[in-house]
Design a protein around this ligand. Structure first.
Ligand code: TXA
Ligand code: MG
Length: 345
């Protein structure tokens, strides 16, 4: 067997605002032939396949090296298409879809019988999202069917925010990459379960909790401790492994720049290649360490986080010391979630 990862896929560069119909048509042909197309969304790049075609969906799991029990998101144009794939679509689903679609919100609802169980990891629920990115929308519209798309990276690695990240991670396991530049969101969609009497957060993401609550009221949050509890406590999404979003280097979380610098210096003195990821300015005493300073607001930080971790990977960094963002503000929840997973060994 040839090693497809070391080979390169076809890459087409598109104008994000006005994707060329010729390129979209070429991508649709690949999908119709049962192939895989990576495409940009407003969150991260997706690895797309025809969502209702079992063998195309099987290729997605194969290309990612992802366990078959980890469900995929079906990407649709809007609420009408979503309803046709769901059972038990309810009033909360409508309210959320009307407020946040198209956009970085994924709704978990009951799975209609004609949706293959393979997409849903074998389960009875299905995750649905209507992306806002013009290239993603053009692709779904032209195909005329839902597109199953997880993030376009190998299992347990950092999600891709550029086409180059996709090529680096998947090689020719993907048939075609649509390059629409860097993703503006930079972190995956928020996943919300609207089945049952209580609305549950399964994965924090592009839309934060205060914004969601303003539309739908109370939301149960699965924290690492409640998720472990017995009974009906909320649980994180299936497929949300502790170790996820991990760069090759070791990620260490620390609070405050003094502590960050102390740890970084100790590792450097033992001969490792060290980088700091901070949002505060380095202290005047900072020795010449490699520092990536990210924006101080959650949205700006989200946009930069995965790109920065990919950069550290590309530079062969052994140890990445991250200044832990504020803990007293829910808007940082998605960032904390990704950092915790990146740091988990
Ligand atoms: O922003 C995003 O959501 C990106 C872009 C490409 O749309 N996609 C993405 O897909 O992040 P993926 O497969 O990497 O993550 C899907 C998440 C996982 O946490 C998975 O467990 C959850 O959605 N999920 C999917 N189907 C589910 C289901 N039926 N029930 C509960 N969680 C589900
Ligand atoms: Mg993923």
């Amino acid at each position: 067997m040839t090693d497809r990862k070391s080979q390169k896929p076809e890459v087409r560069v598109l104008d994000t605002a006005h994707p060329d119909p010729v390129d979209i048509a070429a991508a649709v042909r690949v999908l119709q032939d049962g192939g895989l197309v990576a495409f940009p969304t407003e969150t991260v790049y997706g690895l797309g396949a025809r969502g209702l075609d079992r063998s195309a969906v099987a290729k997605v799991f194969e290309a990612k090296g992802r366990p078959r029990s980890h469900p995929l998101i079906l990407h649709v144009l809007g609420e009408d298409e979503a309803r046709s794939l769901a059972v038990g679509w309810n009033e909360r689903a409508t309210r959320l879809a009307q407020a946040f679609w198209p956009g970085p919100l994924t709704l978990v609802v009951g799975r209609a019988e004609h949706v293959p169980a393979e997409v849903a990891g074998g389960g009875e629920s299905i995750a649905l999202r209507a992306p806002v990115h013009p290239i993603a929308r053009a692709l779904i519209a032209r195909l005329g069917e839902p597109i199953a798309a997880p993030s376009a990276n190998r299992y347990q690695t950092i999600s891709p925010t550029t086409a180059a990240h996709v090529v680096k991670s998947l090689g020719a396991a993907v048939d075609l990459v649509l390059d629409g530049g860097a993703c503006i969101g930079g972190i995956e969609s928020t996943v919300i379960d609207v089945r049952g009497p209580r609305t549950r957060l399964l994965r924090p993401g592009g839309i934060d909790l205060p914004t969601l609550r303003a539309v739908v009221g109370a939301i149960d949050v699965a924290t690492p401790s409640t998720a472990d509890a017995a009974g009906d406590a909320p649980r994180p999404s299936p497929g949300m492994d502790a170790r996820h979003y991990a760069p090759r280097g070791r990620v260490i979380l620390a609070t405050g720049m003094n502590e960050v610098e102390r740890i970084a210096i100790a590792h450097r003195e033992s001969g490792r290649d060290v980088a700091i990821v901070a949002y505060s300015a380095p202290t005047p005493a900072t020795p010449p360490l490699r520092v990536h300073t990210l924006p101080h607001d959650p949205k700006g930080y989200e946009r930069a986080l995965f790109t920065t971790l990919h950069l550290c990977d590309d530079e062969g960094t052994h140890v990445i010391v991250v200044e832990s963002p504020p803990h007293d503000d829910e808007r940082w929840l998605a960032v904390h979630d990704r950092l915790r997973r990146a740091a988990s060994t």
